[in-house]
Design a binder for this molecule. Structure first.
Ligand code: SF4
Length: 297
């Protein structure tokens, strides 16, 4: 299908992975371009079930979820949006799996659909410039694209501000750490946060909105942002760090060891919760209770 100038297309966006990586941006940007935006439903146990049925067993959980969300919207829209994320932070690279997303979508779940894509490499090109190219591909005029970029970026900033919240409880807080697609997706972090609330535990979500991290030992963008947050932590202000990870996450398997050593030297308790298709609320509750109790002893 040739994209025509001035035409309105329906664009499907899966509400997972890069939806939360650039939270708030995509819906505003595409709507401002005059497109009809269709976002998949929030993740549920059914999405997870579908993900394990249709996706490659070796994938990490976020990639499996992407397949399930894509499957929900392909065929209902003119095109699905699947960006190739190469870097979201200067001097860093993204997880290599995110660099293959459009190819994987075209080869499998979205093989009968048009895949709208864009290379996001903030190492080389500012995000705004990539958005300009994306708008041009959709046949939109420059003035409209520039307004869409401005409004999309503003929407992302305000969403990020709202998201980096903390519980109402006073005192030393537990820091909840993860990639944005785990941290800001209620399906993954919600059961953990609600359990902490029921336990009257004070917590805060890690702020991952750094624009620049001068130098650090980790080159993967989101892991590096987490490292930056941990580097500034002290045992006086932090009751413990709880990291949410996904089964089969290569980046986390390396960075978690670095985090563990750093936090042990600082005297900050640290626990990881690895989520997979079989994670149950009771399993999460037991581990959280044990972690919080052990820090109190
Ligand atoms: S960072 Fe980990 S969880 Fe995220 S896409 Fe890569 S392997 Fe999967």
């Amino acid at each position: 299908m040739e994209l025509k100038k001035g035409q309105t297309y329906s664009i499907g966006i899966p509400m997972t992975l890069y939806y939360f990586y650039y939270h708030g941006l995509w819906e505003t940007f595409f709507s401002e371009l005059g497109m009809q935006v269709v976002v998949s439903e929030v993740s549920t146990a059914k999405t997870l079930e579908q993900a394990s049925l249709i996706s490659e067993p070796e994938h990490c959980l976020p990639l499996k979820m992407l397949d399930a969300h894509l499957a929900e919207i392909v065929g209902k829209v003119d095109m699905v949006f699947v960006p190739r994320i190469l870097s979201s932070l200067k001097n860093h690279i993204s997880c290599p799996k995110l660099g293959a997303l459009p190819d994987a979508a075209k080869a499998q779940i979205a093989q009968h659909s048009r895949v709208l894509t864009i290379d996001i490499d903030e190492n080389k090109i500012p995000l705004e410039k990539s958005l300009l190219l994306l708008g041009k591909e959709l046949g939109v005029d420059k003035q409209t694209i520039q307004t869409a970029i401005k409004r999309g970026m503003a929407a992302m900033q305000s969403t990020r501000k709202k998201l980096s919240g903390c519980s109402d409880k006073k005192g030393k807080k537990f820091l909840i750490l993860s990639h944005p697609y785990n941290l800001y997706d209620d399906f993954f972090s919600g059961p953990i946060l609600r359990k902490l609330e029921r336990m009257s535990v004070a917590f805060a979500l890690a702020k991952l909105d750094q624009k620049n991290i001068p130098s650090d030992p980790i080159k993967w963008d989101t892991c590096s942002k987490m490292y930056d947050v941990l580097q500034r932590l002290t045992a006086e202000e932090c009751a413990g760090v709880l990291q949410i990870s996904s089964f089969n996450c290569g980046c986390d398997s390396i960075s978690m060891q670095i985090f563990q050593r750093m936090l042990r030297d600082k005297g900050v308790p640290y626990m990881t919760l690895v989520l997979d298709e079989h994670s149950s609320q009771s399993g999460i509750d037991t581990r959280l209770e044990a972690f919080v109790d052990s820090t109190r002893w």
